[in-house]
Ligand binder design. Structure first.
Ligand SMILES: C[S@@+](CC[C@H](N)C(=O)[O-])C[C@H]1O[C@@H](n2cnc3c(N)ncnc32)[C@H](O)[C@@H]1O
Length: 219
């Protein structure tokens, strides 16, 4: 981890209780200082081994990328890859998504990627789904006006749940595809680690873009 300190913005949670942290703790990053420029910022939540964000960063040198992952050993792999490739426009946050407001200011991000977030089908775990209302409210505050969430998943029930959640939480859903790899969006698609695995089994990939609307949330 020490060898990747140049890429790691923050690690762990400031308090044991995440709710208390979100309510009481602020250590907002000045992203212009972090990246040394005023380029737009995009964020991946649950980046896993980080292949997607690394490819994004290499293709788009005029965009800054943040990759968030709760699991330390997984994000370490992501950072080691970025260091080995000498990629300059990506930084990593080893924190739970629940405490994003502690570190990133309102309107600081123009796009959020949710790639193959764990579907958590059990009703009792709904609040932990990364498209549950409490997360969409966090993303909505972080996104600039007209900002977007791009989601991909292999789970149709989770996809349908997410589309409903977007509509209830101040987002307009666009570009819905229920078979991404055989759609018009396939040519620009960057395949993630989980996506490669699911697609190799012949499973369809679901994708949608949710645009932050100006109006008040419907909930
Ligand atoms: C199924 S993996 C997908 C990894 C990668 N995006 C891909 O498509 O290959 C989901 C990742 O989200 C992370 N994750 C789940 N809940 C999280 C949370 N609340 N905050 C941050 N990361 C989370 C998990 O640790 C895991 O690495």
């Amino acid at each position: 981890m020490a060898e990747c300190a140049n890429l790691l913005l923050v690690r762990g949670a400031p308090m044991l209780n995440l709710k208390a942290a979100v309510e009481n703790y602020r250590a907002l990053f000045c992203l212009e200082e972090v990246f040394g420029n005023r380029n737009p910022v995009e964020l991946e939540v649950g980046c896993g081994n980080g292949g997607f964000i690394l490819e994004k960063a290499k293709r788009n040198l005029n965009v800054n990328y943040l990759a968030l992952e709760i699991c330390s050993n997984v994000i370490l792999t992501a950072m080691e890859r970025a260091n080995a490739e000498g990629v300059k426009n990506v930084r990593y946050l080893n924190i739970p998504a629940e405490i994003l407001p502690c570190y990133l200011g309102e309107g600081s991000v123009r796009k959020i990627y949710l790639n193959f977030s764990t579907p958590l089908p059990e009703k009792s775990r709904e609040k932990q789904r990364l498209t549950a209302t409490r997360f969409l409210q966090i993303y909505r505050a972080l996104l600039s006006d007209g900002g977007t969430i791009e989601q991909k998943t292999d789970s149709e029930p989770f996809f349908d749940y997410s589309l409903e959640q977007y509509a209830k939480n101040g987002f307009e859903v666009r570009e819905v595809s229920r078979d991404l790899h055989r759609s018009a969006y396939a040519c620009e698609n960057i395949v993630t680690e989980y996506e490669r695995n699911f697609a190799s089994k012949g499973l369809p990939i679901y994708r949608a873009v949710a645009v932050k609307t100006n109006g008040k949330n419907s909930e």
